[in-house]
Design a protein around this ligand. Structure first.
Ligand SMILES: [Cu+2]
Length: 166
């Protein structure tokens, strides 16, 4: 009986310490240092199949990138997954633009490209991680160069955007 009580007392102290540690940690303000230390990876799933459509439906416009728009802080990686259950290879290829609204020149693959060669296509079951640390803050358009109707957009924000008024 006494042995049990000692164990219970030790357990209580351990639990109290754990609770206290949790309270202290949750009470710590989240500052810029913490925000930089934690890097989430945004995830985009490439869709070319699901329960209701198949390769025969490829022109119905149901293929794409999900979500089709992501916002990341500069330096935060974005993982593009082509799931093993998909049917086709795909690419994640930037489209950048110059010129005026009525006379645009579009450039393919200048900002980023998962697949600069045919050997680098993202086959089902593979993924591509985009390093955004070299991208300037701004808007990016991308598509699949094999299936150009598959399009997506990325917003890259400055690392200190939350701390610096713009
Ligand atoms: Cu594709």
């Amino acid at each position: 009986m006494r042995r049990f009580c000692v164990r219970a007392a030790v357990l209580s102290v351990v639990l109290a310490a754990a609770l206290l540690a949790g309270l202290v940690r949750s009470g710590t303000p989240v500052g810029p240092v913490h925000a930089q230390a934690v890097k989430d990876t945004a995830r985009v799933v490439i869709v070319d199949s699901n329960a209701t459509f198949s390769p025969a439906n490829e022109y119905l416009g149901q293929w794409g990138f999900a979500p089709s728009h992501v916002t990341v802080t500069q330096g935060e990686p974005i993982e593009f997954d082509n799931p093993a259950g998909n049917f086709f290879p795909h690419t994640v290829t930037s489209i950048t633009w110059s010129g005026s609204p009525t006379s645009r020149t579009l450039t393919v693959g200048a900002a980023f490209n998962s697949s600069p060669t045919n050997d680098a296509f993202l086959t089902p079951g593979t993924s591509f991680t985009l390093d955004t640390s070299t991208l300037q803050p701004g808007q990016y358009l991308y598509f699949c160069s094999i299936h150009p109707w598959m399009v997506g957009t990325i917003t890259v924000t400055a690392p200190d955007a939350s701390a610096t008024p713009q």
